[in-house]
Design a protein around this ligand. Structure first.
Ligand SMILES: Nc1ncnc2c1ncn2[C@@H]1O[C@H](COP(=O)(O)OP(=O)(O)OP(=O)(O)O)[C@@H](O)[C@H]1O
Length: 234
């Protein structure tokens, strides 16, 4: 059975019909990648899962529970975290304060914090520095760290490598591999090489609909399909 199941999800933002028909089965464990051109509806899909937009009709089922219509805080309490494209960190607060705000009761599990420091050493180094003074890559690390400071079953991550230097992207890929040993990751990504190195299963969104779903290995081997669904000129 799938960990997360989206069935015929349709989302409108104001008068715009953005998602027309999204059905995805995300299995438990590993990284599931959502691909698609700019404006296809990837971020809207993640936001709809989190209850930040209301999908209607259609359904979002997580571990057999229907989440459709629940408030975002209730959805988060089920064990789902969201790393938004704009990272959602507080620039005026220190790294430590950003992390405290991401905990349930203001305290850290020491082993978990150690694990996070090992994933992202820069966060330990700049623990007492304002988050706004971090580099772009370090801010992204903080954003991911906030999502994993509590145990989560599913982490939705929106374009984490956007604008990052190659060395930071490599660090991020290694971190995601380790995180996906503990939690399932649903990753929206434009960097196909990064997505390919992590994804086991995948789907492509095109104009608010699922245009393809399958294994990453099969998709990566099919250049024609990649050209048709991802290339800018197609
Ligand atoms: N707040 C909004 N108001 C109106 N339209 C919106 C809003 N947010 C998104 N859209 C529209 O919905 C469509 C899908 O946007 P979405 O951000 O989900 O795409 P995406 O696949 O994540 O693309 P990108 O890679 O550019 O972020 C786009 O046409 C976008 O203009």
């Amino acid at each position: 059975m799938s960990l997360l199941s989206l069935k015929n999800m349709k989302t409108s933002i104001g008068q715009y019909h953005v998602l027309h028909d999204i059905s995805i089965e995300v299995p438990e464990g590993g990284v599931f990648v959502l691909l698609g051109r700019n404006g296809a509806g990837k971020s809207t899909t993640l936001r709809s899962i989190m209850g930040l937009w209301s999908p209607s009709p259609g359904s979002v089922t997580f571990r057999s529970e229907d989440l459709t219509g629940l408030h975002t805080a209730e959805i988060a309490k089920r064990g789902i975290a969201f790393v938004p494209e704009d990272m959602g960190i507080f620039g005026g607060l220190t790294v430590a304060e950003n992390m405290v705000l991401a905990t349930a009761d203001g305290s850290f599990d020491k082993d978990r914090l150690r694990w996070i420091y090992d994933l992202f050493p820069a966060l330990e180094k700049f623990w007492d520095k304002p988050a706004g003074a971090l580099s772009g890559g370090q801010k992204q690390m903080l954003s991911v760290a906030r999502a994993i400071i509590e145990p989560r079953e599913l982490i939705l991550i929106d374009e984490p490598t956007k604008g990052l230097a190659p060395a930071i992207v490599d660090n991020m890929a290694e971190a995601f591999r380790q995180i996906s040993d503990r939690s399932t990751i649903l990753l929206v990504e434009q960097n196909f090489e990064f997505a390919k190195s992590l994804g086991r299963d995948m789907a492509v969104i095109e104009d608010g609909r699922i245009a393809h779903a399958g294994t990453m290995a099969d998709f990566a081997a099919d250049q024609d399909l990649q050209d048709r669904l991802l290339s800018l000129s197609a």
